[in-house]
Design a protein around this ligand. Sequence first.
Ligand code: ZN
Length: 429
Amino acid sequence: MTLRHEVTELLQGLLRLDTVNPPGNETRAATLLRSYLGRNGVACELIAKVPDRANLVARLPGGDGPSLLLMAHTDTVVADPDEWSRDPWSGDLVDGEVWGRGALDMKGHAAAAAVAFASLAREGACPPGDVVLALTADEEVGADFGMSWLTAAHADAVRVDFAVNEGGGERCVLGDDVYYLCSVAEKATSPFRLRLRGRSGHASDPHTADNALLKAGPVLEALERLRPPRTLIPEVAAFLETVVGEAPPVEVALDRARALHPLAGELVAPLLSATLSPTMIQASRQRNVIPAACVIEVDCRLLPGQQPEEIEALLRAGVPGDWDLDWILAERAGGTRSGLETPLWRALQGWVDRVEPGARLAPIVLAGFTDSHYLRRAFGTVAYGFFPLRAMAPQDAARLVHSADERIAVDDLEAGVDLFRHLATTIGA
Ligand SMILES: [Zn+2]
């Protein structure tokens, strides 16, 4: 059996297991992966905070070079079968694509990492440093059963120098050149609530009350007008240097990226400043009661290195009215970064050189959050997001993630196995 067939079959098996989080039930996936790895002579550990939410960890001992983690999460977001043209848990193989919830995010990556790992193990490979495989629970909800918990409670199992995770690998043609995106950092999520106060009263007699909901109008309008200061962080400067040849002043950075290609503009747009998106509002729970309080909830994303205090000053200066600010501290996360010129970067560029001579790696910052954050924070791991996405246009793939008809090309799965084998055998060598 070829590695191509092996990874396709393993992914089909994973997609047929429902690991929608919540509740997750990732032990199903961990058990399947353990028996696959066991058949290839790999001993793995299932490490679980609660029985249904197991993480799988395995180690291939290498020399005294840098250690490398191949990592993926085994949970998925929900899928509504009515929206799909196939059963989201079918694992069907159609015209060279494997269908199912999680094919792109990120059971395909998990299957490719497992097959690369198993194939190296059965060949008796001795990589330059230890290669660790961690296929973990609970990335989509983040209730501390997966990588966050492992880095805290089982640090020795996942402490590594380098890690390859989700969040990059798209092949992009920008202008006349081909690039592969590699995510090296993430924005921080730092949500908050604005509380507006009034005085309750009977809705039939508004004059006696002070309606807090009505105060939300000017506050929302002001939030829309706020322009968080723009700044060119080093990763975005490096991206622009790579694709347009220089890091322009921040005022024209977006125009320069768009002029090269609309996709370059889309990539850069959320990375030039913090963003503030009001998404939820709550006032009276009864129609005939004028609300004494109104709470607006805002999704706020900071650039790596930016502090929430900068946003607080912006709000005080630009949002009128009498409101209280409550940061939702329990949901603050992310904002970590890894360096650019590293052995992992060179190993990735080495793979790109082999599969597509002339193409270049371009660094990108994720506007969202991944488990890379926990490794960077706990161990200073250099964690990048990269999984080859060559068969499908990046915009098409982005539309399928967390949406209907998610699927992955077998060609990309095969390329993923090849990539991980390349990294495991060449990093630091
Ligand atoms: Zn994911």
